[in-house]
Design a binder for this molecule. Structure first.
Ligand SMILES: [Cu+2]
Length: 120
C-alpha cells in the first residue's frame, strides 16, 4: 500500500518531478567542496541515523522520500526539505544536532529523527 503518509494532504500532488532528478552523477570537488549527503526516508525512518561532516564543510543534503511523504528538517541550519528535494548549508557550528521529519507523516512521525555530527 502506498498511502502511508499524508492522507489529507490536498496540496498539489501533480508530481513536479521533472527537475532533472539526477544528472549530477559524480561531479565532486572542482568548484567548492560540497559534501553530498544522500538521505533516504521511508515509513518511518531514515537510512542514516547519523550524518558526519566537518566544521566548515559545505553540505548538500539530498532527500529521497520514496512515497513523497516525508521531510528532513535541521532547524539549527535552517534546513527544511520536504519530499524529493535538496538543500545546502555550511556546517559552521560544531556539535551534534538533531534532524527530524518535517512532514506529519503518520504514527511513526515522532520517531523519524537522527543526528548530524559536525566535527570541529
Ligand atoms: Cu513525518
Amino acid at each position: 500500500m502506498l498511502s502511508g503518509c499524508g492522507k489529507s494532504d490536498k496540496s498539489s500532488d501533480s508530481s513536479s518531478t521533472d527537475t532533472a532528478a539526477s544528472t549530477t552523477t559524480s561531479t565532486t570537488d572542482s568548484a567548492a567542496d560540497v559534501v553530498e549527503v544522500k538521505v533516504s526516508a521511508k515509513d518511518w525512518e531514515y537510512d542514516q541515523k547519523e550524518i558526519h561532516v566537518k566544521k566548515g564543510d559545505k553540505v548538500r543534503i539530498t532527500l529521497t522520500s520514496d512515497d513523497g511523504g516525508h521531510g528532513f528538517a535541521l532547524p539549527v541550519y535552517n534546513v527544511d526539505i520536504q519530499g524529493n528535494n535538496s538543500a545546502e548549508f555550511t556546517a559552521d557550528q560544531a556539535g551534534q544536532f538533531e534532524f527530524h521529519c518535517s512532514v506529519r507523516c503518520g504514527s511513526g512521525h515522532m520517531d523519524m529523527k537522527g543526528t548530524l555530527i559536525v566535527d570541529a
